[in-house]
Design a protein around this ligand. Structure first.
Ligand code: FES
Length: 163
């Protein structure tokens, strides 16, 4: 038995016997696929360092849906049919950075960098959903912890993109 999902624009097939029911999406992304941009820190849904974005379409309205999720809480075997984006999929030094990545760097909000991918992906979901407003940013921001405690430049960066 197999599951299939898309990560960025590539389809992956996983034989169910290759993983355990406890294998998280975070473990698979980092350890098996070696995509280490997505971090794993608390592994219990508390820090947001592992946030990735799920994409789907609303079947009734045909509207795009972008959802930020904690990949450490998602069993890999539940990802059948999903389309997932990680920090590597939205921008890099070769193809160019996404405006959210670039703005965070411009505001010196990257600091030690461990929380940055999760922060960026959380904001990316809002950005792509057309919901990058001050209120939504502040609400979503509650799901990300920065151990350097330098929240001000991070928040300033994201708020500068708000409509
Ligand atoms: Fe902390 Fe997933 S690793 S929320």
């Amino acid at each position: 038995q197999q599951i299939k999902f898309h990560l960025q624009d590539k389809e992956y097939t996983v034989n169910v016997e290759e993983v355990t029911p406890n294998t998280s999406l975070n473990t698979y992304i980092r350890k098996t696929l070696q995509l280490t941009g997505t971090k794993g820190v608390c592994h219990e849904g508390g820090c947001g360092a592992c946030i990735v974005v799920l994409y789907s379409k609303d079947v009734n309205t045909d509207k795009d849906i972008y959802l930020a999720v904690n990949s450490c809480l998602i069993p890999l075997l539940s990802c059948n049919g999903w389309r997932i984006y990680t920090i590597e999929g939205i921008g890099d030094p070769v193809k160019g950075y996404h405006v959210i990545q670039q703005t965070l760097a411009n505001f010196n909000g990257t600091q030690c960098g461990v929380c940055s991918p999760g922060m960026v992906m959380n904001m990316y979901a809002l950005y792509e959903s057309g919901k990058l407003t001050m209120k939504e940013v502040e609400n979503a921001f509650g799901g990300n912890i920065c151990r350097c405690t330098g929240y001000r430049p991070i928040l300033s960066a994201f708020k500068s993109l708000c409509t």
